[in-house]
Design a protein around this ligand. Structure first.
Ligand code: FES
Length: 163
């Protein structure tokens, strides 16, 4: 991330460290994770210890210290989803994306994560893609979701060449 982008975020919050959660959220939104360099920069500019920043970054589940993909799959492996085939869905995504759960594809397009219950067990197995819930998942639905993402990318590329 360019220095000006961080500066713009800090200006938006008037360099006020009492807005640190908002600042971290904006940083996270830009890159999908909080990099070591950016946290060091914030620490210097806002006079907050790095320890405190790391504490916040690890306390809130919304933050990640590891690079994450543009699209984030969360596969539920809670008991209800597990008995309905959640593990098969996870394995299918691992094969199709070429990564293991907890990893991000080298092109930073996808991150695959697992969760233990999303609170909608009756719809299991459940997968959340970029905060959108997909219930009663099966391999055909996974194929459809992946195809939709690829089609959208193609549409964006065509749009880009038209401009
Ligand atoms: S176990 Fe998957 S939503 Fe509850």
């Amino acid at each position: 991330m360019k220095k000006e982008e961080i500066e713009n975020i800090l200006k938006k919050y008037n360099y006020d460290k009492s807005f640190i959660i908002g600042i971290l959220q904006d940083l996270q939104a830009k890159e999908n994770y909080l990099s070591k360099e950016n946290l060091e920069y914030l620490s210097r500019e806002l006079n907050i210890s790095q320890g405190e920043l790391y504490h916040l970054a690890t306390f809130y589940k919304a933050f990640s210290l590891k690079p994450r993909g543009k699209h984030i799959f969360n596969v539920c492996l809670g008991t209800a989803c597990h008995v309905r085939g959640g593990a098969n869905i996870k394995e299918k995504l691992e094969r199709d994306l070429g990564i293991k759960a907890g990893e991000t594809t080298p092109d930073k397009q996808f991150t695959l994560e697992t969760v233990n219950c999303l609170g909608c067990c009756a719809q299991g197995p459940v997968v959340v893609l970029d905060e959108e819930y997909h219930g009663e998942m099966n391999t055909a639905k996974v194929n459809k979701i992946l195809k939709n993402i690829k089609d959208k990318k193609r549409e964006v590329k065509v749009g880009e060449t038209q401009n």
